[in-house]
Design a binder for this molecule. Structure first.
Ligand code: ADP
Length: 345
């Protein structure tokens, strides 16, 4: 079921000076996000990701197009309906945005106080949320006494206080070290799996997408350039920007200087084996080489597991009698997709 839908959405800002140009932050974006999914939006700085988030929670109105939540156009809602809508959408931030003068419990209670919930209900809900994020022991501490990861867990608890259906995460792990990032990502996964909350994360880190998201949307210059299930996009990116993001976390086929260095070190023939989702049995390929008396070394590449599905590239340097090498390559090519590195140039 579609929960969030952007159709033909453009958001532009007027020029900042008299002879300046209009800034088109988001351009003709169509995006649907299903209830219960984790959707990751990736792009470089300035790609339009934050603007998309602000359009979803109605902090911005589109210049053109419609934004629907649950089939309802939110661009024309009266103020009271907007407040209800925002209670249904939680948000967390890169810099946590906690109130330094409030305790951990006080921060989490804040949205409930604004919503004028009874005191007893607030106390019970805060205790429940502290437990969920594993910070019951820190209830009376102040943000400055917490680590970055703990602060973000408070941010998550606060965002969940009003029991939203949607959680928007704006570079939520970008200020954290890798280990703490993993902790926060696994908490976000629990938010999705245990509470059934739809999560939209924006990030410039492909690793966040790989670890957390079900589906990825790649943005560049305000447009969506590629979108699909994370496995599909990571294993076969088509757009140059997507390929660069994928290359940041995955050893792809060797190119450019990498390939030149390999060539230098391995004067024999170099072939790359592409593995995707069990379509190819590595053992068959290696057996083909062994049967022809061809020796090989693995010189580049790797195998990736995305949600239990496997893909990767393995580059092999072959050595032995040239005729035997040719026969081995022919035999292996019959059971797999082999690419000769010289052929790619
Ligand atoms: P991202 O989150 O991917 O870094 P943003 O959505 O923040 O990208 O910004 C997209 C583009 O829109 C950028 O060029 C940015 O400078 C511009 N922009 C965003 N918000 C405003 C604004 N309020 N006024 C003018 N320009 C803006």
């Amino acid at each position: 079921m579609t929960l969030i839908r952007l159709a033909g959405v453009t958001k532009s800002y007027p020029p900042s000076s008299k002879d300046g140009e209009e800034v088109v932050a988001v351009s003709d974006v169509d995006l649907t996000i299903d209830a219960g999914e984790i959707c990751g939006i990736i792009g470089y700085s300035g790609a339009g990701k934050s603007t998309v988030l602000r359009l979803i929670n109605a902090l911005e109105t589109p210049t053109a197009g419609t934004v629907e939540i649950d089939g309802r156009d939110i661009t024309k809602l009266p103020e009271r309906a907007l407040r209800t809508l925002r209670g249904d959408i939680g948000m967390i931030f890169q810099q946590f945005n906690l109130f330094e003068s409030r305790t951990v419990a006080g921060n989490i209670a804040y949205p409930l106080e604004i919503a004028k919930r009874p005191r007893a209900e607030i106390t019970a809900r805060v205790a429940e949320l502290l437990e969920f994020v594993g910070l019951s022991a820190k209830a009376k501490n102040y943000p400055e006494q917490l680590s970055g990861g703990q602060k973000q867990r408070v941010g998550i608890a606060r965002a969940l206080a009003t029991s939203p259906r949607i959680l928007l995460a704006d570079e939520a792990t970008s200020a954290l070290d890798p280990e703490t990032t993993q902790e926060v990502l696994s908490l976000l996964r629990r938010v999705n799996e245990e509470l059934g909350i739809t999560v939209v994360v924006i990030t410039h880190e492909m690793d966040v997408i790989r670890t957390l998201a079900h589906r990825v949307v790649v943005m560049e210059h305000g447009r969506i350039i590629e979108a699909g299930p994370v496995f599909d996009i990571l294993s076969a990116p088509t757009e140059p920007a997507t390929r660069r993001f994928v290359a940041s976390i995955i050893e792809d086929v060797p190119e450019g200087p990498q390939l030149a260095a390999l060539r230098e070190r391995h004067p024999g023939r170099l072939v790359t084996l592409t593995i995707r989702d069990g379509e190819i049995t590595q053992a068959d390929v290696f057996a083909a080489f062994a049967a022809h008396g061809v020796r090989f070394e693995l010189v580049h590449g790797g195998i990736n597991d995305i949600g239990g599905r496997v893909f990767g590239h393995l580059t092999l340097a072959l050595s032995g009698d040239p005729d035997a090498v040719q026969h081995a390559i022919d035999a292996a090519s019959r059971v797999t997709q082999l690419t000769e590195e010289d052929a790619r140039g």
